[in-house]
Design a protein around this ligand. Structure first.
Ligand code: CO
Length: 343
C-alpha cells in the first residue's frame, strides 16, 4: 500500500517508453512482400485492429495512431513529452533486407508525420532493418537527420544476441553518431511453452531483456563499445537488477563465467540505463538503489494493457522517493539521455 506524499505538486514529465502504430494500410504493408505483414485497420475514430495479413492480431484504441487523441491523454496524465517508439510487431527483422529497409523508412516517415502534430511533445525513435547492418546504419543516420531522437531496436535478431559482431557494429555506429538506443524485448524465447496467461509478457519479456544485458556484459562487449554509447533497456531491465547478485557470485566463483568479462558484472552498470516500468514503488526503489539515480528513466509502456495507467503517478505519490529522485526519474535523466527538453 502506498502512502501519498504530502505535497505531490506538478512535475514536468517525459515518458520514454510509449508505443505508436502509424496508419499503415494493407496495401502499404505489401512493401514487405509477406503474407502476414502488419498493418492497421481503423474501424472508427475510437477503435481499430492491428492486423497480421488477413488475421486480427490485437484490438487497439485511437491514441495508438491518432496524435490528437494521444495528446489529450498526455494532458490528462500530465505527461509533457513522450519519446515514442513503434509497436515491436513492426520491426520486421526477418525477410528480404531491401524490402525491410523500404519498410523501415516508411514506418519512420509515418512516425514523423504523426509527431508533427506536436513536434516538441512527441519525439519519435526510428526503427532499422537490423538483419542488414549496413542498411541499418544508413537508415538510422537518415532518420535521425530527418528528426528522430534515437533508435528503438529488438533485443535479438535471427538467433543473434546483442553481443554478435554485426549488432555491436550497429551499436558502435550509434555511439559514434551520438544516437541514443532503446532496447525492447520481442519474439520471446520458449514461446511454445507460454501459450496462455500472457506468460510471454510476464516471463518471456523480462528474461529476454536480462539475456540482452548479460550478453553485453559477460561477452566483454562493453569493453569494446565506446563509453559514451547511450543504451537503455525497457521494463526496468527485466530480471537484471534482481538477479545481479547471482551473476556476481557466478563471476567470482566460475572461470567460464568471467572468461570474456574482465571486471565484475556490477561494474558495468554505469554503461547503461533502464526505464521505470516495474509498477511497484518498492521494486522501483530497489531498482534505483542498484542502477543509481541517474540511470532510471520514466517509461510507462503506454498505451497498452500492461502499461502504467497514469504514467509517473506512482513516483509522484510514493514516499520512497525524494524530490530530487522524482525530478531525476521523471524528467532530468530522459532529457539528458535523449537530448529533449520541455519548452
Ligand atoms: Co513496450
Amino acid at each position: 500500500m502506498r502512502t501519498p506524499a504530502p505535497h505531490p505538486g506538478r512535475s514536468v514529465k517525459i515518458d520514454i517508453h510509449a508505443h505508436f502504430f502509424p496508419e499503415i494500410s494493407q496495401e502499404e504493408s505489401q512493401v514487405l512482400g509477406i503474407d502476414d505483414a502488419p498493418w492497421l485497420r481503423v474501424d472508427n475514430d475510437q477503435i481499430g485492429m492491428i492486423m497480421a495479413g488477413n488475421n486480427e492480431y490485437r484490438p487497439v484504441q485511437a491514441p495508438l495512431w491518432n496524435p490528437q487523441a494521444r495528446l489529450a491523454e498526455m494532458d490528462a496524465n500530465g505527461v509533457d513529452i513522450q519519446v515514442v517508439s513503434a509497436t515491436p510487431i513492426l520491426f520486421s527483422y526477418v525477410g528480404d533486407p531491401g524490402r525491410a529497409t523500404r519498410w523501415a523508412a516508411q514506418v519512420n516517415d509515418a512516425a514523423l508525420e504523426m509527431c508533427a502534430a506536436a513536434s516538441q511533445r512527441l519525439r519519435p525513435l526510428c526503427q532499422v532493418p537490423l538483419q542488414d547492418i549496413d542498411r541499418a546504419c544508413a537508415e538510422v543516420t537518415r532518420a535521425v537527420a530527418a528528426g528522430h531522437v534515437g533508435v528503438h531496436i529488438g533485443n535479438h535478431v535471427d538467433g543473434r544476441n546483442l553481443d554478435h559482431p554485426d549488432l555491436l557494429a550497429f551499436l558502435h555506429h550509434c555511439a559514434d553518431q551520438g544516437i541514443p538506443v532503446l532496447v525492447h524485448p520481442w519474439s520471446m524465447m520458449a514461446a511454445e511453452r507460454m501459450p496462455k496467461y500472457m506468460l510471454q509478457w510476464l516471463v518471456g519479456m523480462p528474461a529476454e531483456t536480462h539475456l540482452a544485458i548479460l550478453s553485453l556484459i559477460l561477452s566483454g562487449a562493453f569493453e569494446r563499445l565506446p563509453a559514451d554509447l547511450k543504451i537503455c533497456f525497457a521494463h526496468g531491465g527485466g530480471n537484471f537488477a534482481q538477479q545481479l547478485g547471482r551473476v556476481e557470485n557466478a563471476w567470482h566463483r566460475r572461470d567460464i563465467v568471467r572468461q570474456d568479462c574482465p571486471r565484475p558484472p556490477s561494474e558495468y552498470i554505469e554503461r547503461f540505463s533502464v526505464d521505470s516500468a516495474v509498477f511497484d514503488d518498492t521494486t522501483l526503489r530497489f531498482l534505483l538503489d542498484v542502477m543509481g539515480e541517474s540511470r532510471v528513466l520514466m517509461g510507462s509502456d503506454y498505451p497498452f494493457p500492461l502499461g502504467e495507467i497514469h504514467p509517473g503517478k506512482m513516483i509522484e505519490e510514493s514516499l520512497l522517493f525524494s524530490d530530487a529522485t522524482r525530478q531525476a526519474v521523471l524528467y532530468d535523466n530522459a532529457a539528458n539521455f535523449f537530448g529533449v527538453e520541455n519548452d
